[in-house]
Design a protein around this ligand. Structure first.
Ligand code: PLP
Length: 427
């Protein structure tokens, strides 16, 4: 398959193209091709049954399809099927880790995070910190450069038990080189966790090569269904990890006195899993494999390079964008503001403060107008990355994010919409 024919695989584009809508919120979630939709429908129409239970034929078919999905997704990131735990999404994977790894931590232990993390890689650790009095230490990285291994080296110590960082920031688009960071974490005796929500869908990712202990990602951000995601864990790391939730499936034996756990990865999958989700996710992985992950990365590199070039030539006054401008380390994510949106200073409310005339267009206003009038769908707000938004010195940004079906024409439409919207605001 080549990139010119990709759009034909997505039923939604028949509708969106007719209505003149350009979808640019792929960091949030992605559209689904027929291949994924059909795989889910086929399961419901022909194989619907629970897994790992019945010895009847339907049950065996469903189990085989489910197991194949695990193997296929594992293969996609260079992992064994035993190392792939099905979860709902990246958020659940990170909560599982914060709970289960957290149960082994003690007061005074430290966890390293960065200021560009998504809330799902902050809040579970903050909850743990409240429970166990562990200390969270933040890398306060610049917005226009990826996280450097030196920054991690400077913060890490023997007290550090976990380093948990995103491979790609969902607000800046910066791609962090996780291999040297994993090494630094391991040399200090810490566990390395990688949030792959914005990397696994967009570039070749090999968990073994990166040598992380855990890697989390979501199906819906890579053309798969919602409600299914993966936690990769090194075999030995998963063996050691206590279970997260208890119930059916995850046990080997239960007596009134207690229980024993199933083998990995089932030990972490209590209850009936999202079988059709896993099957659809596996179909999405096939679709991506067919495109080739190097090609996916190059396609998005071209779109972001084109975006930065359009930005330079746009003549839009006071257009401020964030993230590194080195496209080798930049994903197809473009967050920006028209003018500076000052933070609302809650500590210092005065009539003078409130009456400051803001020479800016609020991202919510801009994205509403871009959508309603020009059909360009952008995301506005803090993008679940409030600490970085705060460090940018703003209360919100507008964000465009690309995927395999976006084109250079979409980027041109984005800048047309921005220029036209700005004029309407009399900017
Ligand atoms: N991590 C990053 C970097 C993200 O961009 C997101 C979602 O935008 C998440 C984690 C959370 O993903 P999910 O909502 O699928 O759990």
């Amino acid at each position: 398959m080549n990139f010119d024919e990709v759009r034909e695989h997505f039923p939604i584009f028949k509708k969106l193209d007719k209505e003149g809508i350009i979808y640019l919120d792929n960091a949030s979630t992605t559209q689904k091709p027929y291949e994924v939709i059909n795989a889910v429908v086929d399961f419901y129409e022909n194989h619907c049954s629970n897994v790992h239970r019945g010895v009847y034929r339907l049950g065996e078919e469903a189990t085989e399809m489910f197991n194949h999905s695990r193997e296929n997704i594992g293969n996609f990131i260079g992992a064994k099927d035993r190392e792939i735990v099905f979860v709902r999404n990246t958020t659940e994977a990170l909560n599982l880790l914060a709970y289960s790894l957290g149960s082994k931590l003690q007061e005074g232990d430290e966890i390293i995070l960065s200021n560009s993390e998504h809330h799902s890689n902050i809040v579970p650790w903050q909850m743990l910190s409240e429970r166990k009095k562990v200390k969270l230490r933040f890398l306060n990285s610049r917005h226009d450069e990826p996280i450097s291994p030196e920054e991690v080296s400077n913060l890490i110590s023997r007290k550090t038990k976990i380093v948990s960082l995103t491979e790609c920031s969902n607000i800046l688009g910066n791609i962090n080189d996780m291999k040297p960071i994993s090494k630094i974490a391991h040399d200090a005796g810490a566990i390395m966790i990688v949030d792959g929500a914005q990397s696994v869908p967009h570039m070749p990712v090999n968990a073994k090569d990166m040598n992380c202990d855990f890697l989390a990602f979501s199906g819906h951000k890579m053309m798969g269904p919602s409600g299914i995601g993966c936690l990769y864990g090194k075999e030995e790391a998963l063996e050691e990890l206590p279970p997260f939730m208890g119930g059916g499936e995850m046990i080997r034996t239960v007596t009134k006195a207690g229980f024993t756990c199933e083998d990995i990865p089932i030990k972490f999958e209590a209850g009936t899993p999202n079988i059709e989700g896993a099957i659809g996710f596996s179909a999405a992985v096939d679709f991506l494999r067919d495109l080739g992950m190097e090609n996916v990365r190059n396609h998005e590199k071209d779109l972001i390079a084109y975006t930065l070039k359009m930005e330079e030539n746009s003549g839009i006054k006071d257009l401020i964008s964030y993230g590194t401008r080195n496209i080798e380390n930049r994903a197809g994510i473009y967050a920006f503001n028209i003018g500076e949106i000052p933070k609302f200073d809650k500590e210092n409310i005065s009539s003078e403060n409130l009456s400051v005339k803001v020479h800016a267009i609020h991202p919510h206003d801009l994205s509403s107008l871009a959508d309603r009038t020009y059909g360009v769908e952008l995301r506005s707000g803090h993008h679940c990355a409030m600490p970085m938004t705060e460090d940018l010195g703003v209360s919100a940004t507008t964000r465009a994010s690309y995927y395999v079906y976006n084109t250079r024409e979409d980027v041109e439409k984005l800048f047309e919409a921005l220029s036209a919207s700005i004029k309407r605001f009399g900017f």
